[in-house]
Write a protein that binds this ligand. Sequence first.
Ligand SMILES: [Zn+2]
Length: 239
Amino acid sequence: MDHHLADLRPKGKLSAQKAKETAFDSALKGVITSSRKLENLFLVASGIRNSSMFHPVDIEEILLVHDLAGNMGLGMVVRKCGTMVYKVFIFNQDKESLAFRIPDLFESMGFQEFIVAQITIANLTGRFLDFPQCCVDSFIGHLMQGTDQDMEAHEELRQERRPDPRAYFVERFVPCTVKCKRAIAEGARIIDILDDMDPEIHELYMQLQLRHMEDVRLGRIIKEKKTRDEQLTLKPKKK
Ligand SMILES: [Zn+2]
């Protein structure tokens, strides 16, 4: 299937109540994660953030989120980042034109070109996702030097006595340092809005931040990448 067929244009914003009812419908319990519901859908539909991104586990997840995004008036595009990786981008009207500029990427373009393209896209998606520029620059620095950002973040966090979970404000976001002021400020901003808006969602979001920090501290992202890498190695042809 051509994944561009899933492109969805955003409509208007939803009330927080309507966004909550749709994303947290009881029929979705255990079907998609709290992070998808809260960070990828609810925060964007209610206008707290303008955009979100995730790495889908399978096609079913893409289709489910696609249905929900459509019902919530959100835009969505699915793009490839190499043979094995899909990324799903969700957005409201403020990010529509930027979203449709995100291209697909393939390793077959050649290693150097692949890295250059990755850097261009990292800049584009950093802007699309309103990530702090210092954190985007740090990510790009690792790409250019061929170093592993996730490994460095994992080591740094393990040595930190009093890390601040607010720096891990959405799933998979890695701050430039454990103490990045801009990342912490964004985490704090979301917490404050949710605190006034809805106690249940506020509580769930606090737990999610903690879990994202644990993902980095325990090296879960590194393990996932390793598994993907192993799947990419040459396999003998079956006869
Ligand atoms: Zn930063």
